[in-house]
Design a protein around this ligand. Structure first.
Ligand code: NAD
Ligand code: DAU
Length: 350
């Protein structure tokens, strides 16, 4: 029997990780700790909310007394840490929130794990989920990010994630804390909060609103289906080498403008619109400050050592994603109206 703490499990990627672990490991107890910020949505998890091996705890990873008490009471065997402020644009307007959660919150969890596990680290694991953005930006012709690429973050978001990565390694090197880390490229799929490019564009196309493209749309991202990220997290949590880092990526680079044109094509078909109609909504707007040109991940270490690879071609994944948003209008309505934030009070009688 294992008891695993998953932080940020009500968010986009976290909810897919929670679902995978709850469904796949009936003999594990999964505790989902989430502060339910604007990005946390328990409606992502209604299908598994009543499973006997799942429990939700509302709480903030920056609250020292609360986190120490939680670790003392629960005696976790492992931590999969996803809770974070995750949106680059928000980090430009409010960097302090990113430092609080991503840096201080991570160190708070590391301390609690170190104290709770100090008698014996055997069988314990602290898994920190990070991003390819810590490596900075690539030129069009540069080689991919590998696990040894020097850190060079540019946004307050990526600087906060880079800082948290350094702390995780420092706790391993200084205190021997058993850790593992992964750095993943851009995810897409169901339950993605519609402030990020793909769900924002789907929502805007559906409602005939402009699709804002920063700058000239030439920036490149390497897109991975969120379920494939969750599968990689499962493999790394169970089989990754202590103290090691694994890059996770889709081997799937797209300029933003090509991606949005492809999405418009799919949406025209799904919505029964004349070909080319949705693309008329594309609107070039002021560029993001410090906008990284290109991210692209070399995930060969993970493929070679742990046998993971992406399961889905991008165009198939994009179609599945569009279908999910069209089939789950209530989810989108509740997110855009703010009604999702009432779910916790209703469900847990608080
Ligand atoms: P998200 O914004 O959708 O979800 C973050 C979750 O963390 C939310 O449920 C939120 O309520 C919770 N949270 C925020 N602050 C908290 C706090 N102080 N205490 C407790 N919970 C808190 O994020 P996401 O896109 O699912 O990303 C999850 C993780 O994966 C992050 O660490 C992010 O850096 C990393 N990551 C994301 C991507 C991506 O493409 N989205 C790619 C690589 C890595
Ligand atoms: O690379 C991994 C990262 O991917 C994660 O660590 C972050 O948490 C996640 O948010 C994501 O960051 P990006 O900044 O790449 O994602 P976003 O969806 O915000 O933007 C994708 C690209 O699209 C980026 O080049 C900026 C551009 N963009 C974004 C928005 C929201 C637009 O052109 N218009 C938009 O309205």
């Amino acid at each position: 029997m294992k008891k695993i703490l998953i932080t940020g499990g009500a968010g986009f990627i976290g909810s897919h990780v929670v679902r995978l672990f709850v469904s796949k490991y009936a003999d594990y107890q999964i505790v989902n700790l989430d502060a339910l910020t604007y990005a946390g949505n328990l409606e992502n998890l209604t299908d598994i909310a009543d499973k006997p091996n799942y429990r939700f705890v509302k709480g903030d990873i920056t609250d020292e007394a609360f986190i120490n008490q939680l670790f003392e009471n629960e005696q976790f065997d492992g931590v999969i840490h996803l809770a974070a402020e995750s949106h680059v644009d928000r980090s430009i307007t409010d960097p302090m929130a990113f430092i609080r959660t991503n840096v201080f919150g991570t160190v708070n969890l590391l301390n609690a794990a170190k104290n709770a596990w100090k008698a014996a680290y055997e069988g314990k694991r602290f898994y920190h989920i990070s991003t390819d953005e810590v490596y900075g930006a690539l030129d069009f012709d540069a080689t991919l990010f590998t696990e040894t690429t020097k850190y060079d973050p540019h946004s307050p978001y990526s600087a906060s994630k880079a800082s948290s990565d350094h702390f995780v390694r420092a706790y391993h090197d200084t205190y021997g804390l058993p850790i593992v880390l992964s750095n993943c490229s851009n995810n897409y799929g169901a339950n993605h909060f519609p402030e990020k490019l793909i769900p924002l564009a789907i929502n805007n196309i559906k409602n005939n609103r402009p699709i804002p493209i920063y700058g000239k749309g030439e920036n490149i991202r390497d897109w991975l289906w969120v379920n494939d990220h969750a599968r990689a997290i499962d493999v790394i949590f169970h089989n990754g080498k202590n103290g090691d880092t694994y890059n996770i990526g889709g081997i799937n680079e797209w300029t933003n403008i090509d991606l949005i044109r492809k999405l418009c094509e799919i949406m025209d078909k799904k919505l029964g619109r004349e070909a080319g109609n949705s693309a008329k909504l594309i609107t070039f707007v002021t560029d993001r400050a410090g906008h990284d040109l290109r991210y692209a991940i070399d995930s060969s270490k993970l493929q070679r050592e742990l046998g993971w690879k992406p399961s889905l071609q991008f165009e198939e994944g994009l179609e599945k994603t569009v279908d999910w948003y069209l089939d789950n209008q209530a989810w989108l309505d509740n997110v855009t109206s703010g009604a999702y934030q009432k779910y916790y009070e209703k469900q847990y009688n608080r």
